[in-house]
Design a protein around this ligand. Structure first.
Ligand code: NDP
Length: 334
């Protein structure tokens, strides 16, 4: 066991993208544990668009990370020393461990012990069997409620949440259209994930592509992106359409307000928009992991992942999400 705990702390709040001045390496000795505590060696760190929101000035659904504080992030790792009966040595645990090698667990830390399942990789607990899968399931199954034959559109469909949400809608029997950047991702959505059509929002004719792919309008918009893409989708929403509002990634770096030309359609077509945050749904986590894990075992749900090697890659990994340099769940192995 190394005697140093590498930590990345917030140095200054970025005004746009994260850059070299945003974080600072602050190595410390590996923490000692006391009674009722356990030490976890972190193996994978989850990289999420919300990481960018957490370092802004404004509180979101959690307070901003303070200057000088270890960057907040989800992670999964193993307990390497324990004086807590709930976190035995060797247990695989998940929690908000931050950008560091080691974290101290206590009753207050809110970490979960993960089951050991043969054939299931450790990083899956950050992806389809973790918060990503839960987000997709709550948004699509519980809020979007796609019915057989309905048309569902998913933005950021080649990403972590989007790729799972789109497949859940396919399993429900809907016609599913994914929106993603570039021909390669669009081909993957149709050829590998079995979606009915894909729209390349980086192509000049993307609005025409969306129209052609949704000849009967749109019944469910699983919204991950916001901005112009959301506005174009809203212009095609059907009577009593549902919009699980999962994310607005197009505005996270610049904080631009959403400008909607087609918002009136929400009124005229009696559309239901429901924002949701996965933290409110932890109570369903185990049940949903069982459902999604079952679909994976049956070959009905494919989990995709992009792994960045090395702790030092963390800051740039957040930017990768905004450049679309990931397919499926983005994690850093440390
Ligand atoms: P993803 O794996 O989807 O990564 C982000 C993807 O978004 C990129 O790969 C990129 O794909 C696309 N993207 C980035 N910027 C833009 C843009 N300006 N316009 C269009 N597409 C863009 O991340 P997640 O699956 O983790 O998150 C997806 C969304 O879900 C985010 O909005 C996030 O905040 C939200 N979320 C919400 C949760 C909740 O509790 N409500 C929980 C988890 C996530 P491409 O190459 O196609 O551009």
């Amino acid at each position: 066991m190394s005697d140093t705990n590498r930590r990345l702390i917030l140095r200054e709040r970025p005004t746009g993208r994260i850059d070299d001045t945003t974080f600072q390496l602050d190595p410390q000795p590996v923490p000692e544990i006391g009674d009722g505590e356990a030490l976890v060696r972190i193996e994978y760190i989850s990289v999420d668009p919300t990481n960018r929101m957490w370092i802004g000035e404004e509180p979101t659904y959690l307070p901003p990370v303070a200057i000088g504080e270890v960057m907040r992030a989800g992670g999964v790792g193993r307990v390497v020393a324990s004086r807590h009966p709930g976190y035995p040595e060797g247990a695989l645990v998940q929690g908000l461990f931050g950008w560091q090698d080691y974290a101290v667990l206590s009753d207050a830390a809110g970490a979960f012990v993960m089951p050991e399942i043969p054939g299931v990789t450790t990083s899956s607990f950050l992806g389809v069997l973790g918060m990503t899968g839960l987000t997709a399931y709550v948004g699509m199954h519980d809020i979007g409620r796609p019915q057989e034959g309905e048309t569902v559109v998913v933005s950021a469909a080649a990403g972590a949440v989007g790729s799972v949400a789109a497949q859940i809608a396919k399993i429900a029997g809907a016609r599913v259209v994914g929106i993603a950047g570039g021909a390669e991702k669009c081909a993957m959505l149709v050829d590998d994930l079995g979606l009915d059509a894909a729209v390349d929002y980086k192509a000049d004719d993307w609005r025409a592509q969306l129209k052609a792919a949704t000849p009967d309008g749109i019944d469910v918009d699983f919204e991950n992106v916001g901005g112009e893409i959301m506005d174009a989708i809203f212009g095609r929403l059907n009577l009593r359409a549902r919009v699980p509002l999962c994310g607005l990634i197009s505005g996270y770096n610049d904080g631009e307000p959403q400008q909607m030309r087609a918002f009136g359609r929400v009124l005229t077509n009696r559309v239901l928009i429901q924002g949701f945050i996965v933290l409110d749904h932890f109570g369903q986590a185990q049940e949903v992991a069982q459902i999604l894990g079952g679909w994976m075992a049956e070959g009905r749900l494919k989990a995709q992942e992009t792994v960045v090697e090395g702790f030092e890659g963390l800051p740039d990994a957040v930017n990768m999400l905004f450049d679309g340099r990931n397919v499926g769940k983005l994690v850093v192995r440390i």
